[in-house]
Design a protein around this ligand. Structure first.
Ligand code: BES
Ligand code: ZN
Length: 628
C-alpha cells in the first residue's frame, strides 16, 4: 500500500483513539479495496433508488438515495462519499423509517478517495436511506450555463462517474466489483429533459417528472444522468441519438452507421444485453471522447466532424456494452480488461464498417501513440505503469488511463489472435463474454480462463505473461503496415527537408481530399517538431489545418505549432481551448504550452480564463500539469 493510504489509515487510527465522545465506534482501521472504503463483503447494495430534485438555480441535487442491501449480519454499513452533505440516514423501507446514527470519516479525508460514511445498522437491516445534497465539490457534476451549450439558451447538467466520481453525487459503495440495479425519480425544470443510463423518455414531460429503471445489474461507475434541452432521433435497430435540437440533423448523418455497428458487434460476441443503445451528444466541455454509460453512451460533440471520420469512438463505446459493462474489471488495476478488450473489439467493428485497410490504419495511429506513451512512462516515477496489470493502490485510478491499458491491451489480443487464428479467437471471446456476463473479472481469473479455454485446449504456446506483467512491447507483437501511411510519412519528411519548391511537389496543396483524415494526421505527426515557420505557414495557407474543424487534425496541428513556435496558429488554438474540454486534447496542449518558454505565460492566462468551461476531470489534470 502506498504512502497516502498508509497516512490516512494512520490518521484514522489516531482519530479513533483520541475521539472517545463519538457515538458510533469506528473500526480501528477501514480496509480499502478497489479504491473504496465500503464493506461490501459484509453488506452490499443490490438495488438503489434515487429520489432527487435537480436545482439549476443553486446548482445542486438533493433528495434521498435508498439502498436495498444484502446484509450478511453486519452492524455497520460503510459507503463512499466525497463532497456530499449528508443530512440524515434512516433504515427500513419508506413507510417505516428509523433514524440512525452515522459518522463521516472519522479522521479520514483522503484527497483521492473522499471519506467513509459509516452507518449503524442491525444485523437484519435490509434498507439504508441516505438523505443528502451535492455541493460545489461534487466533481462528477458539470453544471453548464446556457452560454456553454449549442443552443445557448438552456442550461445543461451531466455527470461523469468513472472511475471513482459516482461517490461525489451519490452516497454509494463505489467499487466496480459490486453490481446493482437502480431506479430513479427525478424532478427537473419543466423545459428540460432528463436522461440516464437506464430506460429513457423520448419526449419531454411537461411537469419535469421522470422515472428511470436499469433492470440489469451494473457497477455503479456506470450510473449517469444528463439534463438539458434534448430531442431524440431514431436510427433504427434499437439505436438512436439524443442531442440539442439544432444538432439533430448533423448527428443523424454522422452516426448513420450505428445500426450496422450493432449488427457487426452482435455477430461477433452475441446478442446485445441492454435492449436499447442510444448516444447522447453532450456540450463541448465533456472531458472524454465517449463514455459507455449503459443504454446511453455519452459522446463528445467533437465527433461531429461532418464526414464520419471519427466514428470509431462510437464503435469503441458500443463495444463496451460487452467488454466493461457486461464483463467488468473487478478492480481498477484490471482496467486493461475493460479498455484493451474494447479497443480490440472496436477495431473488429470498424473492420466491418470501413474494411481491413482502414481499420489497420486506425490501429496504427494508436500504436504510434502507444510508443510515445511508453517512452513517457519509462522516464516517469512509475515505470511499472507499462504493465497491463497495474498496481494503483494509494494512487488515483485515473493514473491507469494510459495507452498501455488501451493499445498495448488491444495489441496483446491482436497478437494472440494472430497466433491462434481468428476462428478460435472468436469462439474464445464469445464464450468469455458469455461465461462472465454480469460479473466482474480480475486479471488472474482471465488468465486461468485463457489457459484452460484457449491455450491448453488447442495446445498453443503463447507467452502472455510478458504482456501482462512486464513493461514494453514484447518481441512477439504483430507488425501492421500501411502503404498509405508510409507514403504520407515520406511526404512529410521530404517536405520538411526540402529547400526548393520542387521538393514540395508531392504535397497535394489545395487537394485536401487526396488523403483521409488519418493520413493527414500521420503527415502532421511526421513533420519535425522544430520545422521552420515558413513551411508551417505554407501548409496552413494551402491546406488550412488551423481552421479545419476536425478536432483530431487541429489537435495534432496545434501541438506542432507550439513546438515549432508557429504563432499564426495561436488565435485558432486559443478558440479551441476556450471551447473544447476534452482532456485528451487540451491537457497535452496546455502541457506543451507550459513547457515552451515562449508560451508558458499564455498557458497560465488561458487556463485562468477558460478553466470555467471545463469539467473537473480535465480542469484538475491541467491544474496539476501547470503546477497550480
Ligand atoms: N471508459 C472510457 C472513459 C474513461 C476511462 C473515463 C477511465 C474515466 C476513467 C471510454 O470508453 C473511453 O475509453 N473513451 C475514449 C475513447 C477512445 C479510446 C476511442 C476517449 O474518451 O478518448
Ligand atoms: Zn473505453
Amino acid at each position: 500500500m502506498k504512502l497516502i493510504l498508509k497516512l490516512s489509515l494512520l490518521i484514522l487510527l489516531m482519530a479513533s483513539c483520541t475521539n472517545p465522545v463519538k457515538k458510533v465506534k469506528p473500526k480501528k482501521t477501514i480496509p480499502v479495496n478497489n479504491h473504496s472504503f465500503s464493506n461490501i463483503e459484509e453488506v452490499h447494495t443490490t438495488h438503489l433508488h434515487l429520489d432527487l430534485n435537480v436545482d439549476f438555480t443553486n446548482k445542486k441535487l438533493s433528495g434521498v438515495a435508498r439502498h436495498k442491501m444484502d446484509n450478511q449480519g453486519a452492524n455497520q454499513a460503510v459507503f463512499d462519499i466525497k463532497g456530499l452533505k449528508i443530512q440524515k440516514v434512516t433504515t427500513g423501507n419508506s413507510e417505516n423509517e428509523k433514524v440512525r446514527k452515522f459518522e463521516i470519516g472519522p479522521g479520514v479525508e483522503n484527497t483521492i478517495l473522499g471519506q467513509p460514511l459509516i452507518v449503524n445498522i442491525d444485523k437484519n437491516t435490509a434498507y439504508v436511506n441516505i438523505y443528502y445534497e451535492t455541493t460545489e465539490e461534487s466533481e462528477a457534476l458539470d453544471w453548464l450555463d446556457s452560454a456553454l451549450t449549442s443552443s445557448k439558451n438552456k442550461p445543461f447538467l451531466y455527470t461523469q462517474g468513472q472511475a471513482i466520481l459516482t461517490r461525489t453525487w451519490i452516497p454509494i459503495q463505489d467499487a466496480p466489483s459490486n453490481r446493482i440495479t437502480y431506479s430513479a425519480d427525478l424532478k427537473v425544470p419543466s423545459d428540460l429533459m432528463a436522461v440516464m443510463s437506464a430506460s429513457n423518455p423520448k419526449e419531454k414531460n411537461h411537469e419535469g417528472n421522470y422515472h428511470f429503471d436499469m433492470k440489469q445489474p451494473i457497477p455503479c461507475y456506470l450510473i449517469a444522468l444528463a439534463v438539458g434541452d434534448l430531442v431524440y432521433g431514431d436510427l433504427g435497430n434499437h439505436t438512436g441519438v439524443y442531442c440539442e435540437p439544432e444538432l439533430l440533423e448533423a448527428s443523424m448523418y454522422e452516426f448513420e452507421d450505428l445500426p450496422n455497428m450493432m449488427e457487426a458487434a452482435e455477430k461477433l460476441y452475441g446478442k446485445y444485453a441492454w435492449d436499447q443503445y442510444d448516444l447522447l451528444i453532450l456540450p463541448y466541455s465533456f472531458p472524454f471522447g465517449g463514455m459507455e454509460n449503459p443504454r446511453l453512451t455519452f459522446a463528445n460533440p467533437t465527433l461531429l466532424a461532418g464526414d464520419r471520420s471519427l466514428v470509431s469512438v462510437v464503435a469503441h463505446e458500443l463495444a463496451h456494452s460487452w467488454s466493461g459493462n457486461l464483463v467488468t474489471n473487478e478492480t481498477w488495476n484490471d482496467f486493461w480488461l475493460n479498455e484493451g478488450f474494447t479497443v480490440y473489439f472496436e477495431n473488429r467493428i470498424m473492420e466491418e464498417i470501413i474494411g481491413k485497410n482502414g481499420a489497420d490504419n486506425l490501429a496504427l495511429i494508436e500504436f504510434f501513440e502507444l510508443q510515445e506513451e511508453l517512452e513517457r512512462i519509462e522516464n516517469s516515477g512509475h515505470p511499472e505503469d507499462a504493465h497491463l496489470f497495474l498496481d494503483l493502490d494509494g494512487r488515483d485510478p485515473d493514473d491507469g488511463m494510459t495507452d498501455v491499458a488501451y493499445v498495448k491491451g488491444a495489441f496483446f489480443l491482436k497478437t494472440l489472435e494472430a497466433n491462434v487464428g481468428r476462428d478460435k479467437m472468436d469462439v474464445f471471446l464469445m464464450s468469455y463474454f458469455d461465461h462472465f456476463k454480469f460479473t466482474s473479472v480480475n486479471t488472474d481469473k482471465f488468465v486461468s480462463y485463457l489457459e484452460k479455454e484457449l491455450l491448453q485446449k488447442h495446445k498453443i504456446d503463447f507467452n502472455y505473461k510478458e504482456w501482462i506483467y512486464q513493461p514494453g512491447i514484447p518481441e512477439s507483437c504483430i507488425n501492421l503496415k500501411s502503404d498509405g501511411f508510409e507514403n504520407v510519412k515520406e511526404m512529410a519528411i521530404t517536405f520538411a527537408n526540402g529547400e526548393t519548391d520542387e521538393s514540395w511537389d508531392k504535397v497535394p496543396f489545395n487537394k485536401r481530399s487526396n488523403y483521409s483524415v488519418q493520413e493527414w494526421l500521420t503527415f502532421i505527426r511526421h513533420l519535425p517538431s522544430d520545422i521552420n515557420v515558413e513551411k508551417m505557414a505554407k501548409l496552413d495557407k494551402h491546406l488550412a489545418f488551423s481552421e479545419w474543424t476536425n478536432a483530431e487534425i487541429q489537435f495534432e496541428w496545434f501541438m506542432k505549432s507550439i513546438s515549432s513556435n508557429y504563432t499564426n496558429a495561436y488565435p485558432y488554438l486559443e478558440s479551441f481551448l476556450e471551447k473544447i474540454g476534452r482532456r485528451k486534447f487540451i491537457l497535452p496542449l496546455y502541457e506543451a504550452l507550459y513547457k515552451n518558454v515562449n508560451t508558458r505565460k499564455k498557458a497560465l492566462e488561458w487556463f485562468k480564463d477558460y478553466n470555467k468551461n471545463y469539467h473537473a476531470v480535465s480542469s484538475n489534470s491541467i491544474a496539476e500539469a501547470l503546477e497550480l
